[in-house]
Design a binder for this molecule. Structure first.
Ligand SMILES: *Cc1c(COP(=O)(O)O)cnc(C)c1O
Length: 949
């Protein structure tokens, strides 16, 4: 076997297995299977023209070389991004550990208690630091979190405000520029009118329903917002505050001065800058808004034995599940980064955070005094970590760049300096040297941090925080390492078994793709650093855009969106801008098939479109007659069709070209949801089927790990006519000629993890990518054949083939009293994570094995499913005391002296021989969803509960 061909490592099916599998599914060759699966008229006629594949070793030295092109300057730009130290124990045991980064969103709570606990820690940390009652885990970045606050407060504004049509939202002029840009994007399609100004001049008129303040302001000034907030509250105007997480260690928490929502980023809690992301944003609010919160909230509940257990609370109200009633479309969030930020607080504890915050603050006061001694004026009267200097910016910039230092140049005469955890005395001295040289005066020497304070008593924090046991226990490396391991052991990730989640494509996240994430020269670049310092990044981002253009057949790509759903929104906003540019801004109807993912209608509504749902026929395909009728009916106002291809039913619909033509003939653009791109790469593409724009989930098809529910990257690829509208950024130029305003805070979104997809494409090349697609289709059809006769596969293509995934019907088992969730939970006893449950059809499982799984793993999974099928046969609706209903079985149950079940312990925990080799123990019994929703608790138990115990 060639050891220098990455494709042979990425693809799980070897030459020998291939023959056996082809025999099972009764085709002579893989190409014959593909011919029976993908309609001829949409097959690519030529192979993709991509670079030849690199070996893993070639790639690692290539990426190392490229990293040398990034210049890592000492950077004090701030604006929401700060250099931070990732504690090595967190880096090695979480960021670099597949036990954490390959996990899926914790929908199957019984095998996800570890990351659920880590996320509960994250929420608790935020509730404490912000002084609010509830926090989610997590949002995509600070700016989108601020936009979510603007829209949520709009939804929940009081009846009086609704009646008086209060549509105005006030935005302080001290809000970060990227946030303002995003608020413009998000408010435009809704009826919200932004008013930007100085909060001190705000007139509190009745037209306003809400405000957004920045704390500290973008240039570092800390205002005492208490009087403002009191007046706003009196006028029934809701208050959102974007707050710097580290500053809250020292400043009065916004919850204490009357905020309704507090948002921000947790980047500086140990997360690399990564040229913009990924980082976890937070959203904290009051209990009364719990049903309107965007994203996921982790809550405490109990399991079947009454023991405490965690799960995603209010899950059915997760915003995008409300479809076109949703006010947010967030699905994939930033779980891995939230886990890390929460762990940073666990490791350092309240005293450690105080030390860090204090050091950062006194660095700023020390620097101020030292600069003042040089005769340089600093103008912030109250600040935490950011000072504003009056000096000749042109002169200072020239000297600073020579010394490899970046400041924020606010105007010709104003310079911002933001200090951080990594700032040393030597760095402060370096700054002094630069100013002295630029102003031609003699530098003074900084001996030590001066211990002064520039925080007015009115805004000084007095309340304690992080008093829970978890934040006061694991401050030695040994203790934290073991705590992380303890949590990890509770979670089933890809390093244990296949996770065959339909529509989510849980493929290999190869070590060689992941390694560069840890390199300092990729980690430590500020997103607003001058572009010529980021040549390494610019090279890989441009290459990745180019390769994605080739793969999709399109003309332009934006990497800015931080998730698939955000890509949907971006794509629809680009379509909107296109229609407007042609004087057809009235086009606002979006056709969406009934089977679409919930984010599709949610995104359409956010883009100001009206959703018209089209029917699905009995074979699961788009009902073309119904679609035609609706396209024609709405032809004067048709904006777009959103279509998933192959369909969410796992089928390449043969009428797709007819469908896309129909939309174009009626003046609409076609948006293809690219979540199923893993069935297309190298064989067909969105341009060929007639789409105009698609998003890709790089965290599905292009090997970015799911991280337990994020990070994600959801680039949009667009046809020629849409390229001019690709989204921009207010600080660094990016996007099209007529760019729409920002979709994400950072110019290229989550650049750091784009390295993973870049590596995936460069190491596979055309041949490996195409072979991956074919094998994904092979593996799905192999499972389909193995299960046939025992499980009914709903929907297949015209020749009876599945695409890369299939839906099996579990509704008939209700006769035996068995629900689809019983199968999902029983699979845990067999060591497997359930496939996708009840999407897109209730009562079904959607199985997607991906190309990375081997024949032996597929066989294990099929034997588990077939064994469960026999158990279903033995079950009866009269008696629920059976292994399916009682699943999952914990170690505690199995080893208990009382065994009162009518089946053996062996049948409960080791129903098949292979399990002995690799047993996974769920850490809790089945969780009670409803109990937790009735008694919502979303933080760690308070210190008192430990004292009572
Ligand atoms: C995953 C998925 C999405 C949403 O993507 P996120 O990255 O989670 O926002 C949209 N549509 C389909 C069909 C999906 O499978």
């Amino acid at each position: 076997m060639r050891t220098d061909v990455f494709a042979l490592r990425h693809i799980g099916v070897g030459e020998k297995d291939l023959q056996q599998m082809l025999e099972t599914i009764k085709v002579a060759t893989l190409d014959e299977l593909i011919a029976e699966t993908i309609p001829e008229d949409i097959r690519l006629k030529q192979p993709l023209v991509l670079d030849p594949p690199m070996s893993e070793n070639e790639y690692l030295s290539h990426i190392q070389d490229l990293s040398e092109k990034n210049k890592v300057f000492k950077t004090y730009i701030g604006l929401g991004y700060h250099e931070a130290f990732t504690p090595s124990v967190i880096k090695r045991n979480i960021l670099e550990n597949p036990g954490w980064y390959t996990a899926y969103t914790p929908y199957q709570a019984e095998i996800a208690q570890g990351r659920l606990e880590a996320l509960l820690n994250f929420q608790t940390m935020l509730v404490d630091l912000t002084g609010m009652e509830l926090a989610n885990a997590s949002l995509l970045d600070e700016s989108t979190a601020a936009a979510e606050a603007m829209t949520m407060l709009y939804e929940v504004r009081s009846r009086a405000k609704k009646k008086s049509k209060a549509q105005k939202f006030f935005v302080s002029e001290e809000v970060l520029p990227q946030t303002l840009s995003l608020l413009k994007t998000r408010s435009a399609p809704l009826d919200i009118e932004l008013v930007v100004g100085n909060h001190e001049d705000f007139d509190f008129s009745d037209d306003f329903y809400g405000v957004l303040l920045q704390y500290p302001g973008k240039n570092g000034q800390v205002h005492d917002f208490a009087p403002f907030a009191a007046k706003a509250t009196e006028k029934d105007i809701k208050i959102a505050v974007a707050a710097d997480i580290l500053s809250l260690v020292m400043l009065t928490p916004p919850g204490e001065f009357g905020a309704d929502v507090v948002v921000g980023t947790t980047q500086r809690f140990g997360i690399p800058l990564g040229y913009g992301g990924p980082h976890a944003a937070y959203f904290a609010t009051k209990e009364e808004y719990k049903r309107s919160i965007p994203g996921r909230i982790i809550g405490v509940t109990k399991d079947r034995d009454g023991k405490p257990a965690l799960r995603m609370a209010l899950q059915t109200r997760e915003q995008h599940i409300k479809r076109d009633k949703a006010t947010s479309n967030i699905c994939t969030a930033q779980v891995l980064l939230a886990v890390m930020a929460g762990m940073y607080a666990v490791y350092h504890g309240p005293k450690g955070l105080e030390y860090i915050a204090n050091k950062v603050h006194t660095s700023a006061t020390t620097l101020t005094k030292s600069l003042e001694k040089l005769g340089v004026k600093q103008i912030n009267s109250c600040y935490f970590d950011t000072i504003t200097i009056k000096a000749d910016a042109v002169k200072v910039k020239a000297v600073a760049e020579k010394h490899e230092v970046n400041f924020l140049y606010i105007d010709d005469n104003t310079i911002g300096i933001s200090l951080n955890e990594a700032t040393t005395l030597k760095d402060l001295q370096g700054i002094i040297t630069i100013f002295a040289e630029a102003l031609n005066i003699e530098a003074n020497t900084i001996q030590e941090l001066d211990g002064g304070s520039a925080i007015n008593p009115a805004v000084r924090r007095n309340s304690p925080f992080l008093e829970n046991e978890v934040f006061n226990s694991y401050h030695s490396e040994t203790e934290l390492m073991r705590y992380i391991k303890r949590l990890e052991r509770k979670d089933l990730a890809l390093n244990h078994a296949m996770i065959s989640l339909g529509s989510c494509t849980m493929k290999l996240n190869a070590a060689s793709e992941m390694l560069p994430i840890s390199m300092a020269r990729w980690g430590n670049i500020h997103p607003f650093a001058p572009i010529d310092q980021a040549k390494g990044y610019q090279t890989i981002l441009k290459e990745l855009e180019k390769d994605l253009n080739i793969i999709t057949g399109f003309a332009g790509t934006s990497l800015q969106p931080n998730s698939g759903a955000q890509g949907e929104y971006a794509g629809l906003m680009v379509i909107r801008a296109y229609h407007e540019s042609r004087g057809e801004g009235h086009r606002n109807i979006c056709l969406i098939p009934a089977s679409a993912h919930g984010t599709n209608p949610a995104s359409a509504v956010m883009a100001g479109m009206k959703v018209v749902v089209t029917k699905t026929d009995e074979n699961g395909n788009i009902d073309v007659n119904d679609l035609a009728e609706k396209a024609i009916l709405h032809k004067d106002n048709l904006a777009a069709l959103m279509v998933t291809y192959p369909s969410t039913h796992g089928v390449f619909e043969s009428s797709i070209k007819e469908i896309t033509k129909l939309i174009h003939d009626n003046g609409g653009q076609v948006y293809m949801d690219g979540a199923n791109m893993n069935a297309q790469v190298g064989l067909t593409n969105p341009a060929t089927i007639g789409a105009d724009v698609c998003h890709l989930n790089l965290h599905k098809t292009f090997a970015i790990p799911h991280g337990g529910g994020g990070p994600g990257v959801g680039p949009i690829c667009v046809a020629e006519q849409l390229v001019p509208f690709l989204p921009g950024n207010p600080v660094i130029k990016t996007g099209g000629e007529k760019a729409i305003t920002a979709i994400s805070a950072a110019p290229w979104g989550s650049s750091l993890v784009c390295l993973i997809s870049y590596g995936y494409i460069k190491m596979l090349g055309e041949s490996g990518l195409t072979q991956s697609t074919k094998t994904a289709i092979l593996n799905a059809n192999y499972i389909k054949n193995k299960l046939s006769g025992k499980f009914e596969v709903l929907y297949t293509g015209e020749k009876g083939r599945a695409a890369h995934e299939m839906i099996i019907d579990c509704r008939p088992f209700k006769e035996n009293g068995i629900e689809v969730s019983d199968i999902a939970k029983r699979l845990m006893d067999y060591g497997f994570h359930a496939p996708t449950v009840s999407f897109p059809v209730a009562g079904t499982l959607m199985i997607e094995p991906t190309e990375s799984e081997s024949l032996s793993e597929l066989d294990r999974f099929c034997s588990a499913m077939l064994s469960i099928r026999e158990e279903i046969e033995e079950a009866s609706s009269e008696d629920s005391n059976n292994p399916l209903k009682n699943s999952p079985h914990t170690l505690e149950m199995i080893t208990s002296d009382n065994w009162e079940f009518p089946y053996s312990r062996e049948k409960a925990a080791f129903p098949l021989p292979y399990i002995m080799e690799n047993k996974f123990w769920p850490s809790v019994r089945r969780v009670d969803e409803a109990y937790g929703d009735r008694n919502l608790i979303c933080t760690c138990a308070p210190i008192e509960s430990y004292m009572e115990a």
